[in-house]
Every structure is written in structure tokens, then in C-alpha cells.
Design a protein around this ligand. Sequence first.
Ligand code: 6PG
Length: 265
Amino acid sequence: MMSAPELLSSALMAARRIVVFPSSVELGPVLAHLVTSRAEKAITSRGRFTLGLSGGSLVSMLGKELLALPELDCSKWVVGFCDERLVPFDDPESTYGLYKSKLFSKVNIPDSGILTIDSTLSVSECAEDYTHKLKEAFPDDDFPVFDLLLLGMGPDGHTCSLFPDHPLLEETKKIVAPISDSPKPPPQRVTMTFPVVNSARCVAFVSTGGSKAPILKEVLEGREGPAFPAARVVPTNGELFWLVDDPAAASLTIQVERPGSGAKL
Ligand SMILES: O=C(O)[C@H](O)[C@@H](O)[C@H](O)[C@H](O)COP(=O)(O)O
């Protein structure tokens, strides 16, 4: 018989869907469909779609795949950033700057629907200012409940700007936290905290490439010692997807889904 913690852990695993594609070519359109299907559902239920974005390879993938859709309507989207680097928007390291050139400038998201950081502030003021913007956008929630958060994972198991062994992993009160010692440059950033990430209605990780295989195995199949930040993403009431390609999934021994072409999540 399973113990209570084992039962809980197996229930959590059951809610998690690991979906493996041969490559980004097949993964991309499924990701785009996940975004638009959750958008449609959210707009029908609540009149708007709230989406949290991350940097890394997601920027180009989303730019390409969303712009390939024939009738993309983003007029009711509210977009925030799961984390952001404290650099000016025209700096090549700015996540907002990259999304602006690859996506925002080409779709009809209203400027008022894009929740950006103020990069002129100090890192702690920037976190407070971004907290204020999120509270205004989600006045009814203790922690903002995004319809969909798109996350990446670094080779060290970080997600958002929540890095292994960092005190921010234990944050339970703040919505947004400053970080000034990020192990990955640039060092100054702001990040959503776990209470926000785990409040989302749906969270989808996108992780591709063979360099992710060892960490993906540890994150998804467990390891001795403290869980990696990416493994601590377990939405309380929401869906959790891991969309990965074959090279990233190469070391996995747990059960995964391998959908055929035209799959919808
Ligand atoms: O702020 C950052 O330094 C990056 O955005 C980073 O957190 C990225 O999201 C992951 O490293 C995943 O990167 P890939 O999507 O390229 O795998």
C-alpha cells in the first residue's frame, strides 16, 4: 500500500503531461495551438487571456509559430513576464526587447496589455513597481492567476530567475522578487515567485536539445537531495505540460506521450 506522501506524489505526477516530439518542427505548432486554445477558453470565460512569457528559445519559437497562424487575434491578451533582466529595452539581453521585435510589433496586443518592468529603477524598486502592475492587473487575486505561463529550464534546473539553492526558492509572500546575484548573467533581474507560478491555470515548459537530457531526467524522475527549481513547479489547481523534443527526452525512462501530427493539447 502506498503511504500518504507517495499517494500525493503519484497524484501530482498524474496531472503532469510529458509530451515528446521528434523535433521543434513538430513541437512548435502544438505549442501555438496550446496558446490559442487556452486564450479562446479564457476569453470566453473571463473576457481576457493572461499570458506569462519567458526568454530563451521560446522567444523565436513563439514569434515564428504564432505569426504563422492565419487569424491570430491578440486584442484581448494581457501579457506579463515570468522573469525579466534589468537592462534597457534596447539592450540585446532584454526579454521584452526581443519579444517586441519578434512578436509584439507584429500582432494586435494593445500596449496597455503588455506589463513591462521599468528598467530605469533599482532592482528592488523595479520588483516593487512590477508587483504593483501585476496587482493592478489582477485586483481580485492574492497571487495573480495567469491563464497560461510559458517557462523554459536552464541546464542547471533553473526556471524563471529561480536558481538552485537560492533563498528566493523559499519566498512565500512576495509576488515578484528582485535578484541581484543571478548566477546566469545579467546578474540583476526580477522574477515571479513560486506562489505565482503555482497559482496559474496552466503552465507549459518548453525544453529542447540534447544538452537538456541529463537535467530533464533529474527534474522529471527525481534525484537525491533538494528538488531543482523546475521540479518545484506544480500548479495547485492547474495543468502542467512538459513539451520536449527527442534529444532532450533521450535519457527518460518514465512514461511519456508521443502524439501524432496535428495533435492538440
Ligand atoms: O533569463 C534567462 O537567462 C533565460 O531566459 C533562461 O532562463 C532561459 O529561459 C532558460 O535557460 C531556457 O533556455 P532555452 O529556452 O534556450 O532552453
